[in-house]
Design a protein around this ligand. Structure first.
Ligand code: NAD
Length: 459
């Protein structure tokens, strides 16, 4: 199914059936998005060149090692290396000259006032301009502020050194770290914001083998779709966290409330899990960017500001509740399980563990942490805490154990062993992972989010 915007519908409506062809493509930026995109397109039979300015990353990839952890990625990349369908280089010129479609997948970190820093995107646009030699489709996959498609077009037009045509397309990415390969192979939708139907067809051809719903629209709408989607999901998380606080104060159970809400198909059950809030490199950054754009355009951004403010409050409440239970955190050993911003990734960007650990340390506690994958990345942020080999070692002598990231392996711990190791049997479950009754039966003082019976009042 392919839907067309009115503006593009003048041309015949395209369908993906029977349209598919292998292409020479390059992906600029070999991070979570770029590497996964490159790996999947290569796996579909395209010739892919992945480019990065980070020579160390390229060296690792050329040695068959993955610079990031993502389930299934290594096997997929190795397959394409063996079949010579994927190459890794720092040579942007070679990649541009060799490709008909060039994806931009570089980082767009938040600037000081919330506006995304477009330095990397602009560098790539200038680089493409330097090397473009014949017609290319330049596809922006990075999450960029509304209007960046035009900016990229202008940058290439102004700086190009040869008489070569090109078009700029917006193709926002929706993959989630931890399930990035699956999300790229089976996306809910593929958004193609193109200046004309002919250009859109090029992308449609590339994505055709996935046989997923595609929406062909204009560049600006595609850029807004990305921000609107992430803002909606963030707001849904903050909504249920606001309700969780209400449950704690009023005497309700947020799990029951979320279930009751989620049965309504207009609401749906997804993203209604109360907890420490959202982290990662996207939601917070994209909300800030949207707030910035709203203020620039004179639109009301208060809904997005509230979503952000509620999210920032979650770890503060969590640590304050712990403090209320232990009286003071000074001198206490605290076990922290889970450091990555979510399970199945090594990504620590904007992880809730950073807020929680910073507060614990500021209150005079010492931290013993364990994460299955993210400890090396966390060491760069907190060299001063103790990293443990397993959850049991983290629990050794601890006055409380904090569940911060809901890795599956924490679901079935030997709690007898945990309790024996701890100084005090206190568990703070930041993701509502455990059954409160079972925890109490096992002899723990158990606290979670939005379940009144387990509420510790703040001081
Ligand atoms: P990342 O930081 O993991 O990777 C970006 C890569 O770009 C890095 O390897 C960096 O070295 C490289 N780079 C920077 N400047 C470069 C240049 N001039 N030339 C070549 N390479 C360059 O970032 P990411 O998480 O992959 O995110 C990329 C974009 O996709 C961002 O805009 C992000 O908001 C968006 N996005 C990310 C996710 C996600 O889950 N990570 C999901 C959807 C969208």
């Amino acid at each position: 199914m392919v839907a067309c915007s009115e503006r593009l519908a003048a041309s015949p409506v395209a369908t993906w059936e029977g349209v598919s062809g292998q292409m020479n493509i390059s992906v600029i930026g070999t991070g979570y998005v770029g590497l996964v995109t490159g790996a999947v397109f290569a796996d579909l039979g395209n010739e892919v060149i992945c480019v990065d300015t980070d020579a160390e990353k390229i060296k690792m990839l050329n040695a068959g090692k993955m610079p990031i952890y993502e389930p299934g990625l290594e096997e997929m990349v190795h397959r394409s290396i063996d079949d010579s369908r994927i190459a890794f280089t720092t040579d942007l010129g070679h990649a541009v000259r060799s490709s008909e479609v060039i994806f931009i997948a570089v980082g767009t970190p938040p600037g000081p006032n919330g506006e995304p820093d477009l330095t990397h995107v602009i560098d790539v646009a200038r680089g493409i301009a330097r090397h473009i030699d014949k017609y290319k489709v330049v596809v922006n996959k990075s999450t960029v502020p509304i209007g960046t498609g035009n900016l990229v077009r202008e940058m290439i037009e102004k700086n190009k050194q040869r008489d070569a045509d090109f078009d700029v397309v917006s193709n926002p990415e929706f993959l989630r770290e931890g399930s990035a390969i699956n999300d790229t192979l089976y996306p809910d939708r593929i958004i193609i914001g193109a200046p004309s139907q002919t250009v859109a067809m090029k992308l449609l051809e590339l994505y055709a083998p996935l046989e997923r719903p595609m929406l062909i629209t204009d560049v600006t709408s595609a850029e807004i779709i990305k921000y609107a989607s992430n803002a909606f999901l963030s707001a849904k998380i903050s909504f249920i966290n606001a309700i969780a606080t209400l449950c704690e104060e009023a005497g309700g159970d947020v799990l029951q409330v979320a279930k009751g809400m989620g049965y309504d198909r207009r609401i749906g059950e997804h993203f209604l899990q109360a907890g420490l809030g959202f982290g990662g490199s996207c939601f917070g950054k994209d909300l800030k960017a949207l707030i910035h754009t709203c203020s620039k355009l004179g639109c009301d951004g208060r809904l997005f500001e509230s979503a952000l403010a509620i999210n920032d409050t979650q770890p503060v409440r969590f640590v304050n509740r712990l403090k209320a239970v232990l009286d003071s955190l000074e001198g206490h050993k605290i076990a922290v399980l889970g450091l990555a911003f979510k399970p199945n990734t090594d990504d620590m960007r904007d992880a809730k563990s950073i807020d929680v650990i910073s507060r614990l340390l500021a209150e005079g506690a010492t931290v013993q942490a364990y994460d299955p994958i993210a400890m090396d990345n966390c060491r760069k942020i907190f060299p001063q805490i103790t990293y443990c080999e397993n959850p049991y070692q983290a629990a050794e002598g601890a006055s409380a154990l904090l569940l911060v990231t809901e890795w599956n392996e924490f679901r079935f711990l030997n709690f007898e062993k945990i309790k024996e190791a701890m100084k005090r049997p206190v568990i703070f479950d930041g993701r509502n992972m455990y059954d409160p009754q079972r925890m109490r039966r096992l002899g723990f003082d158990y606290y979670c989010i939005g379940r009144a019976a387990n509420h510790a009042r703040q001081t």
